[in-house]
Design a protein around this ligand. Structure first.
Ligand code: BTN
Length: 270
């Protein structure tokens, strides 16, 4: 494994300081390379803008100044307390199946962080509060090969959130009262992700669908489907082989694509 670390010399400055606890990228292991920056705009953008990245590499930062969330939202990425990382993949599969990769990432995070569930498609929740989110983007290498960037944001050791997020966001520390070593968690999540991803590449999403459904808190719930400013009442009844949500709308089952909609429970965030 090769570690690309542009500020590695700064490490001693932050040692033993809780507030600025710096990641140790040399502890992270992936089949490709580890790219690390103390601060960056967005690890997803770094992954898109870096040339000749090997398959199954990871981009990490201690903080992001322009972290991006789904549906054009910002993603708060304060220094030293979270996991802000992007997995870089050169998929062998048909690129149209890439939506399922984002579900797999949610599953990997939820499998590793016990007590969490998934709000379809890939918000990882403790109860009704979000602890992690995933932003998957498609890009092209210099050789015009498609690549997939799976951005994962996890609130790990955050002690607090800004007022506008307090009701919706939580962290592992807030939930468990314990600080977590981020490198250990990153490795566990990456291992879990690559395991599920290999199964998916070999056998398709159908072998993972049941496991995903078991973790998915949206199923069986009355939901709103928000699309193009319209709000439609529906019941979430299942997931299909493409990873789409099956929603019952006026007695008819429709497949809902994660790129197009946002689903909210009738009673709040879930
Ligand atoms: C969401 O739930 O809206 C998705 C949040 C994804 C945030 C992660 S943090 C690492 C990566 N870089 C980004 O700019 N976004 C993703």
């Amino acid at each position: 494994m090769e570690v690309i670390d542009d500020i590695y010399g700064d490490f001693m400055l932050f040692e033993n300081s809780d507030k600025y606890l710096k990641l140790s990228p040399e502890k992270i292991s992936v089949p490709g390379k580890v790219y690390y920056k103390k601060t960056t705009g967005s690890t997803n953008s770094d992954a898109k803008n870096t040339e000749s990245v090997p398959d199954k590499s990871v981009f990490l930062a201690d903080s992001q100044t322009a972290g991006r969330g789904r549906l054009g939202r910002n993603w708060e990425s304060p220094e030293g307390c979270g996991i802000w990382m992007s997995i870089y993949l050169i998929p062998k599969m048909d690129i149209r199946n890439v939506a399922q990769v984002t579900l797999i990432a949610g599953m990997a995070v939820s499998n590793v962080i016990s007590g969490t569930q998934i709000k379809w498609p890939n918000d990882v929740l403790f109860g009704e509060k979000k602890v992690a989110g995933i932003l998957t983007e498609l890009a092209f290498t210099k050789e015009k090969e498609p690549c997939v960037i799976v951005g994962i944001g996890i609130n790990v050791n955050n002690e607090d959130f800004p007022d506008d997020l307090k009701d919706k966001a939580t962290s592992l520390y807030i939930e468990t009262g314990k600080k977590t070593e981020r490198e250990m968690l990153i490795n566990e999540i990456l291992n879990q992700f690559f395991l599920l991803y290999e199964l998916f590449e070999e056998k398709g999403f159908s072998v993972l669908k049941d496991k995903y459904e078991k973790r998915c808190v949206t199923l069986g719930k009355d939901v709103y489907i928000m699309n193009d400013g319209k709000k439609i009442s529906a019941k979430a009844v299942g997931i299909n082989e493409k990873g789409e949500l099956l929603a019952e709308i006026n007695g008819e089952i429709k497949a809902v694509n994660s790129c197009e909609v946002s689903v909210r429970g009738l009673l709040g965030y879930v």
